[in-house]
Write a protein that binds this ligand. Structure first.
Ligand code: UD1
Ligand code: CA
Length: 449
């Protein structure tokens, strides 16, 4: 019978070495706070409960995760990892297995865990440089004790097998061992790792389970280690994508800060950053140095280099960029073309409509087969309110026009270049609003006085 699993996440560390005002576990890896990676891992285990041990600056944590269904256990004084787990004991049920995870070790994955119900185990790893970690004192598969770096003698310090920090044990046993901890050590802390020695003395030693991925144990205590975690996490994400058939031309330059779903034959060029949740259809190409945030790009969409897309949806194959800036609420239908130095916000473009150069389209509803000439601006803002510009199917907007919203350009209408349109224009007709061109025959050039 499998026991219900109670996951305890330790997040009460001070994180002084980060030299930051932000709580350590809230620092981000791959666009998400470290503790959130750990929380998601905990949730993926179908636990009976999750208890978060918080302390130093814990309000930041409580505020950010107030909607998560977790128990909050406060560790008022930072007296060690064993003391931290003790704060969660009030939530233990006797039939549960308790799994302890660290809030600053976000690389651990579901597959790394041993999933051994009713047993006590420690996840270990062999490191070339084990400095700083607790060392595993083994007796075959069983562990006699874990000795912290600062308490270890020379012989123990030579041991390469280290404690990941992740342990699991049945709740009643763990509760008993936790109550027996003392702080009689170099750091005068209540070590969770002493539980392992107590278990061995009881004749029920912990098993050591070696992690396949040694990097999974890595945590961040300072900005350098945080950057290392980022590198490792990005490598992992890129590997997964490439296995799925995504072509990353220069993999090491691409960052995925969030989730990325790709169809077949997606190509991503150098220096692209994906942020948030992105979905790319088949044959989508993302040009170099583009930033793609929370977008849904339909099959065949091509993004040319140096484009910035935020909450953009294409519903058919489109061509965007280079140097396009598409802001939230941009929706492009099949065959649309958005060229260089075009900014679009909260606007829909119907199929085969084009804005090829230097335009601002905001709060616009644009039909199909519309041509927006270079330099067109929708004047959507009067300084207080925003208004809509409607451009009907087949309209042609001459270059350097201003459409002062609220205004509607009729179906198949043409707007003469350089017009300032303040009233609705009729279907099918040419509308222009500009001074008639004239030449002054006897005009004299000014001369220097
Ligand atoms: C700990 C282990 C060590 C292991 C290493 C793996 C102990 C005594 N040592 O050492 O064997 O190799 O992790 O990374 O357990 N925390 C609290 N409250 C406290 C102290 C810590 O919540 O009073 C939390 C921290 O926020 C962190 C985790 O516990 O998430 C680990 O604490 P840390 O001080 O980093 O432990 P290490 O010295 O690295
Ligand atoms: Ca640590």
């Amino acid at each position: 019978m499998t026991h219900p699993l109670h996951v305890v996440i330790l997040a009460a560390g001070a994180g002084t070495r980060m030299r930051s005002n932000k709580l350590k576990v809230l620092h981000q890896v791959a666009g998400k706070p470290m503790v959130e990676h750990v929380l998601e891992l905990a949730q993926s285990l179908n636990p009976s409960q999750i208890t978060m041990v918080y302390g130093h600056q814990g309000e930041q944590l409580l505020q950010q995760y107030q909607d998560a269904s977790v128990n909050w256990a406060e560790q008022k004084q930072r007296l060690g990892t064993g003391h931290a787990v003790q704060q969660s004991v009030e939530f233990f049920n006797d039939d549960e297995d308790v799994l302890v995870l660290y809030g600053d070790a976000p690389l651990v994955q579901n597959a790394d865990l041993a999933h051994m119900s009713g047993q006590q185990y420690v996840l270990t790893a062999k490191l070339d440089d084990p400095t700083g970690y607790g060392r595993i004192i083994r007796d075959g598969e069983r562990i006699q004790a874990i000795v912290e770096q600062k308490d270890a003698n020379a012989e123990q310090q030579a041991i390469k097998e280290i404690n990941s920090g992740i342990i699991q044990a049945p709740a009643p046993k763990l509760k008993k061992w936790l109550s027996q901890l003392s702080n009689n050590n170099k750091q005068q802390e209540y070590y969770l790792t002493d539980v392992i020695g107590l278990a061995a003395s009881d004749g029920t030693p912990f098993k050591a389970i070696e992690l396949k991925d040694h990097n999974a144990v890595k945590g961040a205590n300072d900005m350098e280690q945080l950057a290392e975690l980022e590198t490792l996490m990005q490598q992992r994400k890129r590997k997964t994508l490439m296995k799925q058939g995504v072509q990353l031309i220069r993999p090491e330059s691409v960052d995925i800060r969030g989730k990325l779903h790709c169809g077949q034959d997606v190509v991503v060029d150098k220096g692209v950053i994906f942020i948030g949740d992105n979905e790319l259809g088949n044959d989508v190409h993302i040009g170099a140095f583009s930033i793609i945030k929370n977008c849904q790009l339909a099959s065949g969409t091509v993004i040319e280099p140096h484009s910035m897309l935020d909450q953009v949806k294409t519903t058919g194959a489109c061509s965007i960029g280079p140097f396009a800036r598409l802001r939230p609420g941009t929706e492009l239908s099949e065959g649309c073309k958005v060229g260089n130095f075009v900014e679009i916000k909260k606007s829909k473009l119907g199929s085969h409509s084009k804005a090829s150069h230097l335009s601002y389209l905001g709060d616009a509803v644009i039909g199909k087969d519309v041509n927006i000439g270079a330099g067109t601006i929708t004047c959507n803002y009067d300084g207080v309110n925003k208004f809509t510009t409607t451009i009907k199917d087949g309209a042609f907007i001459g270059s350097d026009s201003q459409l002062v919203a609220p205004v509607t350009v009729g179906k198949n209408a043409t707007i003469g270049a350089g017009s300032t349109i303040t009233r609705d224009t009729p279907d099918e007709q040419l509308t222009l609003s500009r001074v008639r061109q004239r030449s002054v025959e006897d005009w004299q050039k000014p001369s220097k006085k």
